[in-house]
Design a protein around this ligand. Structure first.
Ligand SMILES: Cc1ncc(COP(=O)(O)O)c(C=O)c1O
Length: 373
């Protein structure tokens, strides 16, 4: 069967099983468990939950591996770092990936004696920083600059040197890119974004081809309590069957938006791997099914970016990305990234594409003559 069909049914009950397609969320901190606890499938809510099991089965189908669900993307990130690194190890991290991961690394990891090497994603530069490394962390396309690196090429190089490879697949999602098939040992993602797509929950997951690694991750989750809520997991699973529809439409609209922006002399730079002039275009074409739901661009100054955002009437000014509602924000307001004050990260939603493009065109009109906000 086709991949979209598999996703519609992933983790749902078999058609031969009577009852609901997807069982409701199981809210239970504890279970009736007389005598020897090992005789019971479910004992305590921090250890396991049947709602998680169905969701993890679905995630495993998408990723082609064994998946472990976490309370947020950062909980999943922390788990992968935590189970793989010890004092004295070297971590090669993208200099331009999600800033909170760099902050976590530069606080927690460096404080326990782990060396963190920050290297740009572009041009597979991380490949030249592998000497003595224990863990290579890739993020492609990177957030927010949408630079791309060659997962298979870097993974082959790293694995030949005994280095474990992790890919943060949040911006692409497992629908558009499958890092485990490209040689990664772990894939990590924030499922707060396009995978679930409705801006109503936070979740994350890790997937790996090695069942022993999955068990170690489960033990980490149990001991650190980084567990997802059953309601969030159920909502996520309810949203999964529409992933192919949502993301296909978002990618089509993102391609149109990127082309529009690239044609405008008043936009200083457009970052979208789907543009033929993007430095990672060829690699993205090889390793992604489509080019993603985010378009980033530079309006040069804070005043122009603010004028753009202030003139929008459909697109919401909000952080995050991947959801059905289009969002835009001036990314430099958070700090932490090497970007200009006029840099906009635009998350393309599921609205009618013409409405998104018209709103952007009106925003760019306003940006031509910025007034103090
Ligand atoms: C690339 C990437 N990884 C991880 C995260 C963390 O995810 P969460 O906010 O669900 O903890 C984010 C959040 O924006 C992200 O963009």
């Amino acid at each position: 069967m086709h991949r979209d069909t598999l996703i519609v049914h992933a983790g749902y009950r078999k058609r031969s099983t009577p009852g609901p397609f997807l069982a409701g969320p199981q809210f239970s901190s504890t279970y009736t468990t007389p005598g020897d606890p090992s005789r019971h499938a479910f004992t305590y809510g921090r250890f396991h939950n049947p709602t998680w099991d169905a969701w993890e089965e679905a995630l495993g189908t998408l990723e082609g591996g064994h998946a472990v669900a976490f309370a947020s993307g950062m909980a999943a990130v922390a788990a992968v770092l935590g189970i793989n690194l010890k004092p004295g190890d070297v971590l090669v991290l993208p200099a331009d990936g999600y800033y909170a991961i760099r902050r976590l690394a530069s606080s927690w990891l460096t404080s326990i004696g782990i060396e963190v090497r920050l290297v740009p994603t572009r041009g597979n530069a991380q490949g030249s920083a592998l000497d003595g490394a224990r863990l290579l962390w890739l993020e492609t396309p990177s957030n927010p600059l949408l630079d791309v690196c060659d997962i298979r090429g870097l993974a082959d190089e790293a694995r030949a040197r005994g280095i474990t490879v992790v890919v943060d697949n949040t911006t692409a999602t497992a629908y558009l890119q499958q890092p485990l098939a490209l040689g990664a040992t772990f894939v990590v993602a924030s499922d707060t974004k396009a995978l679930t797509g409705h801006a109503d929950l936070l979740l994350g997951h890790v997937a790996t081809t090695d069942p022993a690694h999955a068990e170690t991750l489960r033990a980490w989750r149990t001991h650190h309590g980084a567990i997802p809520g059953p309601m969030e997991v159920w909502l996520a699973h309810r949203s999964l069957p529409t992933l192919p529809l949502r993301v296909s439409r978002q990618c089509s609209s993102a391609e149109r938006l990127a082309a529009l922006l690239a044609s405008r002399p008043d936009v200083a730079a457009v970052h979208y791997p789907g543009l033929p002039g993007h430095p990672g275009h060829d690699v993205a074409q090889r390793q992604m099914q489509r080019f993603g739901t985010i378009v980033s661009f530079d309006l040069g100054t804070r005043a122009r970016a603010d004028a753009f955002l202030g003139a929008l009437t459909l697109v919401r000014e909000a952080t995050s990305f991947g959801g059905v509602h289009s969002l835009a924000e001036r990314r430099a307001r958070w700090g932490g990234d090497a970007i200009s004050e006029g840099f906009i990260r635009f998350s393309v939603g599921c609205e009618t594409p013409e409405d998104i493009l018209a709103d952007v065109a009106a925003g760019l009109e306003a940006a031509a003559t910025p007034e103090p906000r």
